[in-house]
Design a protein. Structure first.
Length: 195
């Protein structure tokens, strides 16, 4: 069993020393550290740590906001860690200790999952209610088309297509617009179902 530490701050000008000291005081075999936003799981050192962990390892963080800022991502991380038969422990969030058969930690994680789901459902419900009100008031226009009639890139792609001197593949490379988008726009212009 190894003790693996993960420490993170959001930007280059912030200091990792306090977190590092807290973990070193309880003894670590490896510490992964990085200076990057916690908004995504797509972080180099986090991914390196997830690849490194083995059965029986315990991952330590000073607090959960260091490993992720998202409840959804926390559950994903817990599942990944458990999948490798490893554990996660937070020094600040003492209720989270998955290194033992702790029914309270599992209970609180389950409650957090429920709260997270409720929050997402309430957001969707408020969004639907807002759209219905906007529709009744004639203010809802729906999603704005990405390639509207005045979109310079699409207009240039259509011009090149109409000139007929380039292949659609070449036009896509020059304009950075997908083949499907160009064909969809051509169908829209011609009012046809297929080309």
């Amino acid at each position: 069993m190894r003790k693996i530490g993960y420490i993170r701050v959001s930007s280059e000008d912030q200091n990792l020393a306090r977190q590092k000291q807290q973990l070193l005081e309880i003894g670590m075999d490896i510490i992964f550290e990085e200076k990057i936003s916690g908004a995504t799981m797509n972080r180099l050192e986090l991914q390196n740590m997830l690849k490194e962990i083995k059965s029986g390892d315990i991952i330590y963080v000073t607090d959960l906001t260091r490993i992720t800022r998202s409840t959804h991502d926390l559950f994903l991380l817990i599942d990944l860690i458990r999948g490798k038969k490893a554990y996660l422990k937070s020094l600040k969030d003492t209720w989270l200790d998955l290194s033992e058969e702790n029914p309270y930690s599992q209970f609180l994680i389950t409650i957090m999952a429920g709260v997270n789901q409720l929050e997402r459902d309430l957001i969707r419900m408020r969004q639907r209610e807002g759209i219905e009100i906007a529709k009744r008031e004639g203010k809802f226009k729906g999603r704005v088309k990405k390639y509207h009639n005045n979109h310079a890139g699409m207009n240039y792609a259509l011009k090149l297509y109409q000139e007929g001197e380039m292949t659609v593949k070449q036009i896509c490379e020059i304009t950075n617009i997908s083949r499907a988008s160009i064909y969809r726009k051509l169908l829209e212009i011609k009012g046809l179902d297929s080309i």
